[in-house]
Design a protein around this ligand. Structure first.
Ligand code: FE2
Length: 460
């Protein structure tokens, strides 16, 4: 389906937008912006770790998750490695703990047995590191190496902390016991959104070469030619997914890939994670609270195999990553790829359900101001959307600043998810942002939408 060309020199309408927003900022304004992003991330880490007592902080709530106290100190350790030592050239704060917080050396299931910093030590450590970073930020120049140009390393660390905050939020969702997090409900639907949107054939610019804080796997911007296709105007809802469950979808191997069926059988899957029967219907547990399913809320906590099976049952398929991104970024009027479906401006609460303002996806139709020019809704926020694409480097990919950020995950084992969830912070979410995970994973805030090839009568 996807016709990838090596990165052509950007020309005319295919050029993606130079992200002037950071580049044109005077140095002082960029410093203020960085300090604000780092502070916002830390405030969230503090809220997520102060919500539970010390026993809960050091406990492992699931073998596939780290103890919360590991995430906290790991965030500080990465900040120390990249900003205090690399960018600042300063003496290490705690070189002795580098190994403990190296995610590649210790799988999550082994982390509780490590001699980790306790809650008091971990909090002291991250705050010592942060003080040094804010101090060195005062004198840093943003025109030196590529690592500091446009404040990239600081942006990478702010995104990293927010990504771990989302992981910590997923740990909260797995935690047993009374609720400790609360938030107002997401906005109601302004108008129903149904059906699908036809995206015409043609090229668009996928990825970016200009967004200053884009990560290596989003680069470079390159031309992709796609045939016409149809994509759902909104993510698949609980009501729609329930029809698949009620139709015996989990008991019928016809809808599942071979690997998907094997996993469904060995794991005994019968419904999305956190669902359970509730009288005549179904309910779901969300951050310790059980409630009936909200019919028009996007389904969440499904794995890739489940998404793929639903799509087959519905006579559809999952979109490729390129199809998702064209639906999200391509502006038919200008031919240009924008940062977000609604344009280039940063997300506001009117555009998308991001940043843990709410603890659930919003009903379909809740964000009309966030729709793309073609009328595709809620691509950003609410739920990460599984695509059919394996996680691979774009043509011309170059690992930066280290192979372990993305490159070591390239290959058929991981599938790409797009768009961010209600637990994703705006700093770590844009039309080009790529997430990836194993197809069996569903503790993340993952849902999906369907697509299909255009019929000949639709493209004539
Ligand atoms: Fe990390």
């Amino acid at each position: 389906m996807t016709d990838l060309h090596p990165a052509d020199p950007p020309t005319g309408a295919l050029r993606d937008r130079p992200a002037e927003s950071l580049r044109d900022r005077p140095t002082g304004a960029l410093r203020d912006h960085i300090a604000a992003e780092l502070t916002r991330a830390r405030d969230r880490s503090v809220r997520l770790t102060e919500a539970v007592d010390d026993d809960d902080l050091v406990r492992q709530h699931s073998p596939i998750m780290s103890p919360l106290v590991w995430d906290l100190a790991h965030v500080g350790n990465q900040e120390e490695l990249w900003l205090v030592r690399d960018v600042g050239g300063r003496e290490p704060v705690r070189q002795d703990i580098d190994d403990l917080y190296d995610a590649f050396k210790h799988p999550r299931r082994d982390r509780p047995a490590l001699p980790l910093l306790g809650p008091v030590e971990a909090r002291r450590y991250v705050s010592t590191v942060r003080d040094k970073v804010l101090d060195l930020l005062d004198g840093v120049r943003f025109d030196g190496s590529r690592l500091v140009a446009d404040g990239f390393a600081f942006g990478m660390i702010a995104q990293h902390e927010q990504q771990h905050d989302e992981t910590m939020l997923a740990t909260h969702q797995l935690r047993a016991g009374p609720p400790v997090l609360s938030a107002p409900p997401p906005p109601a639907s302004a108008a129903p959104v149904r059906g699908e949107v036809l995206v015409p054939a043609g090229p668009f610019t996928m990825g970016t070469s200009t967004d200053p804080w884009a990560l290596d796997n989003e680069r470079p911007g390159h031309r992709v030619e796609l045939p016409a296709y149809a994509i759902d105007a909104a993510p698949v809802t609980n009501a729609e997914y329930l029809a698949f469950v009620a139709d015996g979808g989990y008991a019928d191997p016809r809808w599942w890939s071979e690997r998907g069926w094997q996993h469904r059988s060995s794991a005994g899957l019968t419904a999305p994670m956190h669902w359970r029967p509730d009288g005549a219907g179904w309910g779901r547990t969300s951050f310790g609270r059980f409630a009936p399913l909200v019919p028009d809320e996007p389904v969440v906590h499904v794995g890739f195999h489940e998404a793929e099976a639903y799509a087959a049952w519905a006579g559809r398929r999952l979109p490729t990553e390129a199809e998702w991104e064209k639906a999200a970024r391509w502006d038919p009027a200008s031919g240009r790829s924008r940062r977000y479906p609604w344009g280039d401006e940063d997300p506001t609460p009117e555009h998308a359900n991001l940043g843990q303002r709410h603890l659930a996806p919003a009903p379909v139709g809740a964000y009309p101001a966030g729709a793309s020019p073609l009328g595709v809704h809620q691509l950003i926020g609410d739920v990460w959307e599984w695509t059919s694409s394996p996680f691979l480097g774009y043509p011309g990919f170059a690992a930066f600043p280290y192979r372990e950020y993305s490159e070591v995950f390239f290959g058929p084992d991981h599938r790409v998810l797009r768009g961010g969830s209600f637990g994703t912070d705006p700093v770590a979410c844009r039309g080009t942002f790529r997430n990836w995970d194993l197809p069996i994973r569903r503790q993340i805030f993952s849902g999906f939408r369907c697509a299909r090839d255009a019929r000949p009568d639709e493209v004539a």
